[in-house]
Design a protein around this ligand. Structure first.
Ligand SMILES: *Cc1c(COP(=O)(O)O)cnc(C)c1O
Length: 404
């Protein structure tokens, strides 16, 4: 049997099952083995510095490279149609390695003013303390991105749909702006996933995923990845990934590899369930607003339809007196877990108070930025990650818990 599949012609589900996976050469085992070894027996004269490390060299030390992690990287590169991928211990390990790879003292970056909280907090203080300038703008407005670009801008960093607002950024438009200014574009595509959007095909230079979310999909393994061109990622792997050491555990790589086998199938059901739950919430008398890219009421529905081939499974909603409803949900929900995180097979819901987030994570500098926040979130939102349970059970669970 030959194990080479032409993935350029294969469908998404065939890629998800087969890419990066080969029968074990020692045993012919059909499923991938986990290689947990941290070190490998090598020949005398083997290099001791990662500087001398060649691509596809023998395995030497797992922080430098590991067969199970490499299988996951190959699968992710095929799914995202990227030249290559570097896996990390978490999404934040990937993001911090990317920032330190792209930016040095004296450089400047433009960053989405609303994005994953830990990225927002890192770029509020830690990165500026390295004498790297950061301008936060609403990247859903290309004019705001254009106005923020400076001669020393090296990176534009966006998240679309962004956490937690589900506001979108037009990747093609922002890629053109960034490139015209001599900057690279990084897109955190965790919410969209490769089932919805392939940012590299729209002009982005780097794609980031928290593998903890939809790609792993089962809430049992942290992981992260950066995808892009070999010319960028080979030095990133050597200089930033291997030295900062945010290496993915091979066991987590194996769990995520296994999770991805069903990824396209899961995304279809996440979308179908999210549409059903969003439609239910939109007509609920206690619900003031529902934001979901798959609803015609989303203010960027046209962009969502153009840029997302799957609307994914995350929605937000608002009610009167959010904190009181949050207490009811935490006490009364039976199926949906009141918990942070998203993209798991289990449904998760969590209340995010605007007052808290605007203090800790998101610092706005213009009235337009605040107005856009208010339009999407008001005084606070419930973020609901719609899982793979039956939609009617999720709706019944919400119905009995939202009721007074
Ligand atoms: C969760 C998340 C991250 C961080 O990923 P971790 O694996 O928790 O470190 C980054 N970006 C987005 C959009 C996320 O949802």
């Amino acid at each position: 049997m030959s194990h080479t599949i032409n993935f350029q012609q294969a469908g998404e589900q065939t890629k998800a099952v087969h890419a990066g996976e080969y029968p074990d050469p020692a045993t012919n085992a059909s499923a991938p083995n986990i290689v947990m070894s941290t070190t490998y027996v090598v020949d005398a004269g083997t290099t001791f510095s990662v500087e001398g490390l060649e691509e596809n060299e023998k395995w030497i030390y797992t922080r430098w490279g590991n067969p199970t992690i490499r299988q996951l990287e190959e699968k992710l590169a095929v799914l995202e149609e990227a030249e290559t991928a570097v896996a990390f211990a978490s999404g934040m390990a990937a993001i911090s390695a990317l920032l330190l790879h792209c930016l040095k003292a004296g450089d400047h970056a433009v960053v989405s003013d609303v994005a994953y909280a830990a990225l927002s907090e890192t770029t509020n203080e830690m990165i500026p303390a390295l004498n790297i300038g950061i301008t936060k703008v609403d990247t859903s407005d290309p004019d705001a991105v254009r106005a923020a670009l400076q001669p020393n801008t090296r990176l534009v960093y966006v998240e679309t749909p962004c956490n937690p607002l589900l506001r979108l950024t037009d990747i093609e438009a922002v890629a053109t702006l960034a490139h015209n200014a001599g900057a690279l574009l990084a897109v955190d595509s965790t919410f969209a996933t490769p089932a919805a959007t392939k940012p590299l095909l729209l002009g982005a230079d780097f794609v980031i995923h928290s593998l903890t979310k939809y790609l792993g999909g089962h809430g049992d393994a942290l992981g992260g990845v950066i995808l892009g061109r070999k010319a960028d990622l080979t030095p990133l792997r050597k200089k930033t990934a291997i030295r900062l050491g945010g290496t993915l555990s091979p066991f987590n790589a194996w769990l995520i590899l296994r999770g991805i086998a069903t990824f396209p199938i899961r995304m279809r059901v996440h979308q179908e369930n999210a549409l059903a739950v969003a439609a239910y919430l939109e007509q609920h008398p206690k619900v003031k607003q529902v934001v979901y890219p798959g609803l015609p009421s989303h203010p960027q529905y046209d962009l969502a339809r153009r840029q997302m081939h799957n609307f994914s499974g995350i929605l937000t909603f608002r009610t009167e007196d959010g904190p009181a409803v949050a207490r009811r949900l935490a006490e009364k929900l039976r199926i949906i877990h009141y918990a942070v995180s998203l993209g798991h097979h289990r449904s998760l819901v969590f209340y995010l108070s605007s007052r808290e987030l605007l203090q800790t994570s998101f610092h706005f500098s213009t009235p337009e930025q605040l107005a856009s926040w208010n339009a999407f979130a008001g005084d606070g939102i419930f973020r609901l990650s719609v899982g793979l349970e039956d939609a009617r059970d999720l709706i019944a669970d919400l119905e009995q818990a939202i009721r007074d």
